[in-house]
Design a protein around this ligand. Structure first.
Ligand code: NDP
Length: 257
């Protein structure tokens, strides 16, 4: 680790949405290893409980909160319980998301709606529910972090995945705007734009043909691991308070865009 990075996150409270698998799980693990107390949010309670037990067995702090983040009242309730249990959140990683193909001519209105509800709606609810805590934590600790997990799909053309790509463009621009608003309050805003990562994400695609097309890219591209993305998130939140790494595009070396 560079000497310019702070060595640890002791005393900081982190919230990670979508922490029951993939990138969110690894981000929660990595932040806990650096000393943050971590609140893990997702729907699968059994997975959250097992991950928290694993973290706590190392002597670190992790608390599971089973919640559907598309339910704004439920997210508000979790924000209140996080504050009561751990204190004001000083790192919020807005990560929960789904990726479903939405080719025109093969309409699946529910897939459009579900992606908007989670990738856009839940991102908004999480910012709204935890924004005040971030400002409070920044005043107390000198810095706080909002990290939104977007996708490189939000910047490039992704035919057949318009709803997903557009939802991630929303996250990218939301991050830029929020950074301008929150920076003066010492809250850093970072948008992470991964290329393809080896997680459960692709397995939720209903069409076998679409799943196989994505899987076929493995013959020419070594996919990222969720740990690779977690390393980038950890790096940014450990930077000195004056430094805000605003956008991180993290791609497999052989993925063109
Ligand atoms: P996973 O499917 O492994 O993780 C998705 C997480 O979101 C799970 O923990 C899931 O938990 C949670 N989640 C889904 N729906 C809800 C809900 N309604 N309420 C609460 N939690 C929910 O995928 P990834 O780790 O890959 O995805 C994480 C993020 O990374 C997403 O935003 C994705 O778009 C983005 N990304 C992923 C890429 C990839 O190639 N994998 C590339 C670029 C970006 P549960 O089911 O228990 O609720």
């Amino acid at each position: 680790m560079s000497a310019s990075l702070t060595s640890e996150l002791a005393g900081r409270i982190a919230v990670v949405t979508g922490a029951s698998s993939g990138i969110g799980e690894q981000v929660a693990q990595a932040l806990a290893r650096r000393g943050a107390a971590v609140a893990l949010l997702a729907r699968r309670e059994d997975r959250l409980t097992a991950i928290c037990a694993d973290i706590e067995a190392r002597g670190e702090r992790a608390v599971p909160f089973s919640v559907d983040v598309t339910d704004s009242a439920a997210v508000d309730d979790v924000a209140r319980r996080v504050r009561e249990t751990l204190g004001p959140a000083g790192i919020v990683v807005n990560n929960a998301g789904i990726m479903l193909p939405t080719p025109l001519g093969d309409p699946e209105p529910k897939d459009w709606a579900d992606q908007t509800a989670l990738n856009v709606g839940a991102v908004n609810y999480t910012v709204l529910a935890f924004g005040g805590q971030l400002v409070e934590a920044a005043a107390a600790h000198g810095v706080a972090d909002l990290v939104n997990i977007a996708s490189i799909a939000g910047k490039t053309l992704f035919p057949g995945y318009s709803a997903y790509a557009a939802s991630k463009s929303y996250v990218i621009h939301l991050g830029r705007s929020l950074r301008a608003e929150l920076g003066p309050k010492q809250v850093r805003v970072t948008t992470v734009e991964p290329g393809i990562v080896d997680t459960e994400l692709q397995s939720h695609i209903p069409s076998e043909e679409s799943r196989e097309r994505l899987a076929g890219t493995r013959t020419r591209i070594e996919w990222l691991t969720p740990e690779d993305v977690a390393d980038a998130v950890t790096y940014t939140v450990c930077l000195p308070p004056r430094v805000n790494l605003a956008e991180i595009a993290i791609l497999p070396t052989r993925q063109p865009a």
